[in-house]
Write a protein that binds this ligand. Structure first.
Ligand SMILES: *Cc1c(COP(=O)(O)O)cnc(C)c1O
Length: 362
């Protein structure tokens, strides 16, 4: 049987997508060879790659004045690539920090590339919940860009209200909430995401960049990270991750077939509501994020009695519920319920949570 995979990434992929890849793994399109054996420059592969790009453009509504680049190096690679591509040596950037990943991006820039200004945007409110303080998301006049992470995978905090940065381009990490809801791409200077949270196997990173932000890389920016070089070579300056790019194309097709990001948003609202409503109704578990700012895809929670954590994880694994352990920097539990997780998986999880709680009541 298939387990219910709540891991944060690499994470669940729709079984239809994997079965399609399996069916054509050894013989793609009657060619007598598999995708993973094929030259990235062959006409057949170029078609696969171009199709994936145009599907992403379609399902996200990416305007023509944005390039879509398929890269390697992960989200962390982009933490470096962003300042290397757009921050002049004498410029500075505002970083709106809402959790682990935006803080990591801030540190990468501040410690290696230049003047990064830290804006702490999450506080514990009087009710004891972590809450975004949107009033802190103000750009400093003269900033080259403002950086945000729309969904903090580790902390379970999501930004639903984009800050108004005026003329200053907003650069967003959407590694964990990409395609989970519609977004207006024209609000951003660039959107970056690693594929392994919501789209495809690990090893692929996508940057959607407004064209006027391309072509300003520092002289010492490695060419494989230079958006102008990637753009000029259709992301095939060096060998891309051909398999993950192909898998991303299958995932985009799947998303389109089930109604796109609007349909997915509805599903993700329903799934997360089911889980949060149960957690809030229980005195056995608690969620420490303010309701308004709760992530729809990474539900972070704790057992009131943390001494039961190991037993909780062991019992959940027995029930084929995988990957519920929280990130090491935070502890506790986390259920990642990305696009590929059906409502049924969340129902099974809630049933388990109830049974585990009941078994520990006198
Ligand atoms: C996982 C994650 C990253 C890091 O991605 P890597 O591909 O491991 O470098 C960055 N940002 C967010 C929001 C993430 O969830």
């Amino acid at each position: 049987m298939r387990a219910w995979n709540f891991g944060a990434g690499p994470s669940m992929i729709p079984v239809e997508v994997m079965q399609k890849a399996q069916a054509e793994f050894c013989d793609f399109d009657g060619l007598g060879l598999g995708i993973v054996e094929m030259s990235h420059r062959s006409a057949e592969y170029m078609k696969v790659a171009a199709e994936a790009e145009s599907l992403l453009r379609e399902i996200m509504g990416v305007p023509d004045n944005y390039s879509i680049l398929f890269e390697q190096g992960g989200g962390r690679g982009q933490f470096a690539a962003i300042p290397l591509n757009i921050l002049p040596e004498d410029g500075f950037a505002d970083y709106f920090v809402t959790g682990h990943w935006s803080r990591s991006a801030y540190k990468e820039c501040a410690e290696r590339f230049g003047d990064a200004r830290l804006h702490e945007c999450v506080e514990k409110n009087s009710a004891g919940y972590y809450e975004i303080d949107y009033s802190k998301m103000k750009v400093t006049p003269g900033a080259t860009y403002a950086y945000i992470c729309l969904n903090e995978t580790v902390n379970g905090i999501e930004i639903f209200d984009l800050p108004d940065t005026g003329e200053v381009p907003l650069i967003a990490d959407m590694s964990s909430d990409i395609l989970t809801r519609p977004v207006d791409v024209s609000r951003f200077g660039a959107i970056i995401f690693g594929a392994q949270k919501n789209v495809a196997p690990a090893g692929l990173t996508v940057s959607i960049v407004r064209k006027d932000l391309i072509g300003h890389a520092r002289k010492y920016c490695p060419s494989v990270f230079d958006w102008a070089v990637l753009d000029k070579h259709d992301s095939m300056y060096n060998t891309p991750n051909t398999f993950s790019w192909y898998m991303a194309g299958l995932a985009f097709k799947w998303i389109k077939s089930i109604g796109g990001t609007t349909a997915l948003e509805e599903r993700n609202i329903a799934k997360s509501k089911l889980l949060y409503d149960y957690l809030d109704s229980s005195n056995f578990y608690r969620c420490q994020v303010a309701p308004r700012d709760r992530s729809r895809v990474n539900v972070v929670f704790n057992l009131q009695d943390e001494s039961l954590n190991a037993e909780f994880l062991a019992k959940s694994r027995e029930q084929h519920l995988i990957g519920l352990k929280g990130h090491k920097v935070l502890g506790g539990m986390r259920a990642s319920i990305y696009n590929a997780m059906p409502l049924e998986g969340v129902e099974v999880l809630v049933k388990f949570l109830k049974e585990f709680a009941d078994s520990h009541r006198a």
